[in-house]
Design a binder for this molecule. Structure first.
Ligand SMILES: [Zn+2]
Length: 223
C-alpha cells in the first residue's frame, strides 16, 4: 500500500493565490468580474483563467514573472513537511492550477526532489495565453483548467491511498477522489459540510502533527 500526497500550490504552499494577485496588480478593473464569476461557479476555472490572462499584453510577461516571484510567500513548515513525507516514503506531488514561473522556483529550492504539475504561459502573441498541462479526462465533468482528479487517476496504482492538501474550490474534485483531506479556507467549509474525512491546517506544522500522531483519524482512512 502506497500513500501519495497531492498538494495544491496557490493558497496552500503559497500563502496567497498568485493568479488573483497578478490580476489585481495588472488588470484590476477588467479582471474583477471574471474573478467574481469563477468564484461564484458561473464561469469554469478553465475559461475564466484563459480570459483573465488574455487581458494582459504579451510584452508585460517579464513584469508578470518578476511580480509573481517577488510576491510568493511560502507557508510555514513546508520544507519540514516535505522532509517528513520523504522519511515516511510518501511521495508528494504538487498539482497546481498556477504557472511554472512562480511554482518551480519554490520547488527547486527544496533539498528533496518533488514532482510538479503546473501550467505555462505563452507570450508570443499579442496577449498572454494559457497552456494547460493536464486536460480533463473522460471521467471528469470538465472545466477544470489543470484537472487535478485526472492527475490522480494517472498516478493511481493498485491500492494507492491519496491524501489531498488544499484550500479552495479548485481542490474540491481532487478532495472527493481522496482518502483523506487536509483543508483550509473555503475547501474546509466544503469538506466539513459533506462530512468528508479531513483535518484543518494553518501551517504545514499542523499537517506534520497529524501525520506524527499514529492514533489520528488519518490512519483510519489510509491503512
Ligand atoms: Zn477536470
Amino acid at each position: 500500500m502506497t500513500v501519495r500526497i497531492i498538494c495544491d500550490f496557490d493558497g496552500t504552499i503559497a500563502e496567497q493565490d498568485m493568479i488573483t494577485s497578478i490580476m489585481r496588480a495588472f488588470v484590476p478593473t477588467e479582471s474583477a468580474p471574471l474573478i467574481a464569476a469563477v468564484q461564484a461557479g458561473e464561469l469554469s476555472v478553465r475559461k475564466g483563467v484563459e480570459q483573465m490572462f488574455a487581458l494582459i499584453p504579451a510584452e508585460k510577461y517579464p513584469q508578470v514573472v518578476a511580480f509573481a516571484q517577488a510576491h510568493t510567500v511560502v507557508r510555514a513548515g513546508f520544507e519540514a513537511f516535505i522532509h517528513r513525507c520523504s522519511e515516511l516514503g510518501w511521495p508528494v506531488t504538487v498539482v497546481s492550477g498556477g504557472f511554472d514561473f512562480f511554482v518551480e522556483p519554490v520547488i527547486q529550492q527544496l533539498s528533496t526532489p518533488v514532482d510538479v504539475y503546473c501550467n505555462q504561459i505563452e507570450h508570443n502573441g499579442s496577449h498572454l495565453a494559457v497552456r494547460w498541462a493536464v486536460d480533463c479526462d473522460a471521467a471528469c465533468e470538465g472545466g477544470c483548467g489543470l484537472c487535478k482528479p485526472s492527475v490522480m487517476r494517472q498516478l493511481q496504482a493498485g491500492g494507492t491511498k491519496f491524501v489531498v492538501i488544499g484550500d479552495g474550490v479548485t481542490d474540491f474534485k481532487a478532495a472527493q477522489a481522496a482518502d483523506y483531506v487536509f483543508a483550509r479556507a473555503s475547501l474546509l467549509d466544503l469538506v466539513r459540510r459533506r462530512q468528508m474525512p479531513a483535518s484543518s491546517f494553518e501551517t504545514f506544522y499542523d499537517v506534520i502533527q497529524v501525520i506524527d500522531d499514529g492514533g489520528s483519524e488519518l490512519y483510519a482512512h489510509i491503512s
